[in-house]
Design a binder for this molecule. Structure first.
Ligand SMILES: Nc1nc2c(ncn2[C@@H]2O[C@H](COP(=O)(O)OP(=O)(O)OP(=O)(O)O)[C@@H](O)[C@H]2O)c(=O)[nH]1
Ligand SMILES: [Mg+2]
Length: 338
């Protein structure tokens, strides 16, 4: 045995030897692979572990079907909405997470760097939006839990590598693999969800054409636009120069279709430094009252509304009394009277 194996590796190996179930064996092997020093001296061992892992996975799938026996990962929703990063290997998903949030994911100039879901919170003005980084969507590494996380998200950000001359094939491959998990990525959702097959879920998706700083980015962007511009909104970005990141943040916020509402007690000034209530577009005074407190639905007598400067409505509100069914707008200030 090579002398330079780390204590973490040896601990994982011990767990592998003591493992009883195939699942325990798979998990221990995965850890051995992850923590093993990667150099010439361990090449044979790496290949051997890979072989054992592949065999165990196949056996486990044959016995239990694809979903059982594989690890599940769930990321609880936080903040005003959840966007998930999907894409082929090495396109810059983790780099984007690091730029948009304070998360510090592993970034590598080789494929399959990311193996676990990694969430981060993206500040946008006065709210936070959750962004989740995922392992690459690739046949050799795809696991059902990845599709599970994409299904749950409010928005998918499909990252495309503008330095790659195979970018069209990469996009197609990601779309196909997710279709296999009954997830259809689409540019915008129909007003009425007319999916004939209810098991297939349509997920609103932006293409993020990353690495726009690359020498061949211009030509590849033209090709990408030609093929996919009708299907998806396309945003160019670079995590090196930060180009395009601000418009992307805005678009992510807009895609969530939410409004921010402030409340204030009667006779007091509003405190705009507090976090607003985040509600779906189209929410009413009653929806807002419910969000503040469950009981307010019954005790609410009337409300007054002030529209902030950002409001796009023609009718400006300046403390007028409004009905419970009055539709609120982003930035509205609400005074609830019980
Ligand atoms: N030139 C350039 N390189 C980038 C950009 N974004 C990421 N990279 C590089 O691309 C490589 C892959 O970046 P990652 O963020 O690890 O890519 P990933 O999609 O998370 O990769 P996997 O987790 O392996 O699927 C790294 O070498 C990054 O430094 C960019 O905008 N421009
Ligand atoms: Mg990654």
């Amino acid at each position: 045995m090579p002398a330079n194996l780390t204590p973490q590796y040896l601990a994982a190996e011990k767990r592998y030897k003591e493992a009883v179930t195939p699942q325990e064996k798979i998990e221990a092997l995965e850890e051995m692979m992850a923590v093993m020093p990667k150099h010439k001296g361990t090449e044979k061992l790496q290949a051997d572990l890979k072989h054992r892992l592949a065999k165990l996975r196949v056996e486990s799938e044959r016995k239990h079907g694809p979903s059982k026996g594989s690890t599940m990962h769930v990321v609880p929703k936080e903040g005003a909405g959840q966007a998930v990063l999907v894409g082929a290997p090495n396109v810059g998903k983790s780099s984007l997470l690091a730029r948009l949030t304070k998360a510090t994911p592993e970034i590598g100039d080789y494929p399959f760097t990311t193996r676990m879901p990694q969430p981060g919170m993206m500040p946008f003005e006065n709210i936070q939006i959750q962004i989740i980084d995922l392992p690459p969507i690739a046949l050799e590494s795809y696991e059902p839990w990845i599709g599970g996380i994409v299904r749950q998200a409010d928005l998918a950000l499909m990252v495309v590598d503008l330095s790659s001359d195979e970018l069209l094939e990469e996009v197609d491959s990601v779309l196909k693999i997710l279709e296999g998990s009954r997830i259809r990525l689409i540019g915008s959702l129909p007003v009425e969800n007319d999916d004939n097959v209810p098991a297939v879920i349509s997920k609103k998706t932006f293409l993020v054409a990353n690495k726009s700083d690359s020498p061949n980015a211009r030509d590849n962007l033209t090709i990408l636009r030609e093929f996919f511009e009708k299907q998806f909104p396309i945003f160019t970005a670079s995590t090196v120069t930060n180009e395009g990141l601000e418009p992307l943040r805005h678009a992510i916020f807009e895609s969530l279709e939410v409004i921010r509402i402030y409340t204030k007690p009667p006779g007091k000034k509003v405190d705009l430094s507090t976090a607003p209530f985040v509600l779906k577009i189209g929410s009413t005074v009653l929806d807002a009252a419910r969000a503040v407190h469950r009981d307010f639905e019954n005790t609410l007598k009337f409300a007054r509304v002030w529209s902030s400067a950002r409001s796009k409505s023609i009718v400006k509100f300046d403390g007028q009394m409004v009905e419970r069914a009055h539709h609120l707008e982003d930035g509205d200030i609400l005074e609830l009277h019980m």
